[in-house]
Design a protein around this ligand. Structure first.
Ligand SMILES: C[S@@+](CC[C@H](N)C(=O)[O-])C[C@H]1O[C@@H](n2cnc3c(N)ncnc32)[C@H](O)[C@@H]1O
Length: 219
């Protein structure tokens, strides 16, 4: 695996605060919007859960939650949130490389927020295929991430500049390789996924779309 959680052990203490400052709260809004995709009783996996700000929102929705991350420090941050929400005992926490977690056609929903973009394109495709395999037919894969640049040249350039600021910072800490913004839906057909909806989030009204919450269904 080309990426492990080691660099995120170093970043854990500032990750959530930095993400929310950088996005003007839009990353949190994106994650909150995904809760409407969860059905009570469903089995949900948060892959590369990090500090768990999304998983803790799901914890109050009567779902069977599994969270996975390769970084013990990130999982400790998530555990603090789960304890504060009184949800610690009902959440399965797994510290491992995502590719070592094998539960074919098991989850109703798999969530990958700002996770696939920490891999090179070849590895991202392997991880995407692996996550898709764990979704039941008719289940969903939810991806929250940077929006692929769209629209006029100015809008596309602004979005690339905004993304580059984050990517270079994380690259300096070893948190991501340098790569362009991925257009996830273009990889879906190969792994039996179909795009069902895309919700868009802007850091402010003058900016192009900064982030997207993509819902894909497993065929
Ligand atoms: C950019 S962070 C995203 C965290 C969280 N999903 C969020 O939206 O804030 C990427 C996360 O993936 C984890 N990670 C990196 N490589 C991994 C791997 N091979 N398997 C599982 N988790 C991994 C890191 O430890 C980190 O917590």
């Amino acid at each position: 695996m080309q990426h492990s959680g080691e660099s995120y052990d170093r970043l854990a203490w500032l990750y959530d605060a930095a993400a929310n400052l950088y996005s003007g709260g839009q990353i949190h809004a994106l994650k909150a919007s995904q809760i409407s995709e969860l059905q009570p009783g469903g089995r949900i996996l948060y892959a590369g859960v990090g500090g768990g700000e999304d998983a803790v929102l799901a914890a109050n929705h009567h779902v069977a939650l599994t969270v996975l991350d390769a970084s013990p420090a990130m999982l400790e941050r998530a555990a603090v949130k789960f304890r504060a929400a009184g949800a610690e005992d009902s959440i399965e926490v797994i510290c491992s490389d995502v590719l070592e977690h094998e539960r074919p056609a098991y989850y109703d929903v798999v969530v990958a927020n700002f996770f696939l973009n920490i891999f090179t394109e070849p590895t991202m495709k392997i991880v995407l295929a692996h996550l898709a395999r764990m979704v039941k037919p008719g289940g969903k894969l939810l991806i929250g991430d940077f929006s692929h640049p769209k629209g006029r040249l100015t809008a596309r350039t602004l979005q690339r500049m905004y993304y580059s600021l984050s990517m270079f910072t994380f690259w300096l800490f070893g948190g991501t390789p340098l790569h362009p913004i991925y257009d996830y839906p273009q990889y879906f057909a190969a792994v039996d996924l179909q795009t069902r909806s895309v919700r868009q989030f802007r850091v402010n009204a003058l900016f192009p779309v900064s982030f997207e919450a993509i819902t894909a269904e497993k065929m």
